[in-house]
Write a new protein. Structure first.
Length: 67
């Protein structure tokens, strides 16, 4: 059973924590309930990592908190 969302029409947005210099660009896809697809914006056709929403929130909170 494939539980991954169809990302062919996903709306991607660049992370506000990306440096903007073209070297560290992370994008996340919106509109996937309970999942957070993440990709390297320099390799748009490459691999996508998919995280659960709760672990992703914990990761973002850690980044914001300086962990």
């Amino acid at each position: 059973m494939n539980r991954l969302p169809d990302l062919t029409i996903a709306s991607w947005r660049k992370s506000s924590y990306s440096d903007g210099g073209g070297t560290n660009c992370v994008e996340v896809a919106d509109g996937c309930p309970d999942l957070v697809p993440v990709r390297d914006s320099k390799v748009r056709g490459g691999q996508v990592l998919v995280f659960g929403a709760a672990p992703w929130r914990a990761f973002v909170a850690g980044v914001k908190g300086g962990a």
